[in-house]
Design a protein around this ligand. Structure first.
Ligand code: WTA
Length: 661
């Protein structure tokens, strides 16, 4: 995608875009409803959620609702704990009587000629069959199943099949490397892996099965042997199948019954693990459970998007990310909706693809990331103008702060001022949206995620943990639990407490900074920890550093983010070489290739600066503040460097900086 972006606003950014009368027509909630519901949700959470938990079909109804504590050393989160249910039955079986023939999934392939519609009845049958295949291959309730797939309907089938039999899925983004997949399979002690022969993106093949084979070896070397692999045929490429271990889905599908009774699960039984980056160490396995998660995914999907029966909902996120879990699959299907899954990329065959797909499938709600909006904005308005887009009623944004210029373009050019934009702030950890406008309720401010959803109590604190009142900026915490909250880090509850509840004891710390304005609107300012957000993909700088230092010529590395016109943040790497190694452009290329290989293409360094030394305190701690400033070409504001062990290194870093304004 082009890296040159016209960031000139089409029209001046207005500070406030009031709710239009058209947006209120047929809307599910009025402003008065929102206010009354919100107040009740925080004053009487038990009563509020007792009522809203009933949106699901329970096998055994719950009698308990909220049982949560953020207390230091005793963090424990349980919702609807004595109820039982099955998630796949909630997403499928209960819709069969009146929506059996309705389309559940519209699939749009990488090739614009390729698409499919799958009804609820067909999806139900496929899920039952895959559930039976998994059982035949030895997968039982509680076992972990990894899913490494392209964006094809079978990815959703695999997730729902796991849920049907009570297996815990761990979806690993298909763009991750064999190393990343192997590490995650080892970490979750995966029993079986579901993958495809190849993926297809922008006409290029992605060797998923070959990567999976390598990942199996990597997991085995790390001490965990994955027993079996179920392979979906996507491109029909010739792939190596290991006898006794690897199985074709299309063959086994015909050997099993199309019925599979859903397993009765407790509300607090694990549903999925999703690995995500933190500021330190290896990615964490975020664990979500069944009841609370589905209540949250379905309720937020319905009210934030004001979703109405029959509408076509398109969330562009890959199922490898939490957005794909909650808003491509579980939220829309729990609500009996029609969800669109797109295999391709926004600029293939050209930058008009998204809008062609919108027209082709008459999409009503379109939900994407600011990085895609900025890239398409950079490609020029002509691509948008070629489409009608009249079907779109609502636009959504997620994954990173949306800059007002991109918001404005989305609103004026894509939506032609007909559609509200919901800028939804949330995280893998939160299970679903926490702060967002509601389309018929909230006057919009470009760049602001606006107001909290039901039950969400945000708070700003300073670095010492003092609660800040009024219009101000600080660290964003949430003071009480909501049903969609993650329950633990898989296998490491201590790390869960340490990461989220120890910085400001008694509160959930998000890792984000935020501003609250005089109207009480929330503006997310970005991460305050060592997590960066590159093209909407969340990454720990520590992961990129450890990939770099695993290269034999590298002795030390420090990685920071810097503002990037399209990606939001770019990856800037300071690299110190081993004695005797010479810096060169060749070596830069080698290091980029090495990081791509270790993590995946999404972690490709944008800038590499060879530096003989890094700025460290006398106790050896790298002063990242200084590295960030130099990467931003803002070294006039380096601040106090007197605590550095060797203040001289800074001069060299500045002289050789790779970004010059
Ligand atoms: C950022 C994605 C500003 C934020 C759902 C958060 C946002 C991280 C927004 C989580 C938004 C997400 N405005 N920032 N609307 N949405 N973020 O876990 O920094 O991949 O902490 O979840 O993305 O990323 P994750």
């Amino acid at each position: 995608m082009s890296s040159v972006v016209a960031v000139k606003p089409v029209v001046p950014v207005k500070p406030l875009v009031p709710v239009k009368d058209e947006w209120k027509v047929g809307a599910l909630l009025t402003k008065a409803d929102y206010e009354a519901w919100y107040e009740r949700s925080v004053e009487d959470p038990d009563g509020f959620w007792r009522e809203h938990g009933q949106r699901l079909d329970w096998i055994k109804p719950y009698t308990k609702v909220k049982n949560t504590s953020f207390a230091p050393g005793a963090v424990s989160i349980q919702w609807f704990e004595d109820g039982t249910l099955n998630l796949s039955a909630n997403c499928l079986d209960r819709h069969l009587a009146d929506k059996g023939d309705q389309t559940a999934i519209i699939w749009e392939g990488d090739d614009p000629q390729d698409s499919r519609r799958i009804s609820y009845r067909e999806l139900h049958e496929d899920v039952c069959r895959m559930a039976n295949v998994l059982k035949d291959l030895g997968v039982a309730r509680g076992d972990r199943v990894s899913i490494y797939m392209p964006m094809i309907p079978e990815a959703a089938v695999a997730m729902l099949a796991c849920a049907r039999i009570g297996a815990i899925h761990s979806v690993v983004f298909g763009g991750f490397s064999p190393d990343a997949l192997g590490g995650r399979m080892e970490g979750s002690a995966t029993k079986l892996l579901i993958t495809a022969d190849e993926g297809l993106r922008a006409g290029r093949k992605v060797p998923l099965k070959a990567n999976a084979d390598k990942a199996m070896e990597i997991a085995a070397k790390a001490g965990h042997a994955v027993e079996a692999m179920l392979v979906i045929r996507r491109t029909g490429a010739e792939v190596a199948m290991r006898e006794g271990r690897d199985h074709w889905w299309h063959s086994l599908r015909e050997t099993v019954s199309p019925d599979c009774p859903p397993e009765e699960m407790s509300a607090e039984d694990p549903l999925f693990i999703l690995y995500t980056s933190g500021s330190t160490g290896k990615p964490k396995g975020v664990l979500h459970t069944t009841g609370g998660y589905l209540v949250w995914a379905s309720l937020t999907h319905q009210y934030v998007f004001d979703y109405r029966p029959g509408e076509v909902f398109w969330c562009t996120a890959d199922v490898g990310w939490v957005t794909g879990h909650s808003y491509s699959v579980y939220g829309p299907l729990a609500n009996g909706g029609t969800t669109l899954m797109f295999e391709g990329v926004p600029n293939y065959p050209d930058a008009g693809r998204m809008w062609q797909v919108v027209d082709k499938h008459q999409v009503n709600i379109f939900y994407t990331a600011p990085t895609a909006i900025r890239a398409l904005m950079g490609a020029g308005d002509a691509f948008v103008a070629k489409s009608s887009r009249r079907s779109i009623r609502l636009l959504g944004s997620v994954g990173e702060p949306i800059n007002p210029e991109a918001w404005n373009w989305y609103y004026h050019v894509v939506g032609e001022e007909r559609c509200a934009i919901v800028d939804t702030w949330w995280q893998t950890e939160t299970g679903g949206i926490l702060i967002s406008p509601l389309p018929a309720v909230t006057d919009l401010k470009p760049g602001s995620a606006t107001t909290p959803f039901f039950g969400v109590q945000p708070q700003l604190v300073d670095n010492e943990g003092t609660v800040l009142e009024g219009a101000t900026e600080g660290n964003l915490c949430i003071t009480d639990s909501w049903p969609g909250q993650m329950r633990t880090v898989y296998g490491d509850h201590e790390r869960f407490e340490q990461t989220y509840f120890s910085t400001y004891p008694g509160k959930y710390f998000t890792g984000d900074g935020a501003r609250r304005d005089a109207d009480g609107y929330w503006w997310i300012t970005g991460r305050v920890d060592d997590v960066i957000n590159v093209s909407g993909h969340r990454m720990g700088t520590a992961e990129v550093e450890s990939a770099l230092v695993s290269h034999p010529k590298v002795s030390e590395a420090a990685v920071v983010g810097y503002p990037h016109d399209v990606k939001g943040q770019g990856i800037y790497c300071y690299v110190t070489l081993m004695e005797g190694q010479e810096p060169s452009d060749e070596l830069k290329k080698e290091l980029v290739a090495h990081v791509r290989n270790e993590i995946g293409p999404i972690a490709s360094p944008d800038k590499i600066q060879f530096s003989p030394g890094l700025p460290k305190t006398r106790s050896g701690k790298i002063m990242r503040r200084i590295l960030r400033k130099i990467a931003e070409d803002d070294f006039g504001a380096l601040g106090d460097t007197s605590t550095l062990a060797d203040p001289g290194v800074v001069e060299d870093l500045v002289d050789n900086r790779q970004n010059r304004k």
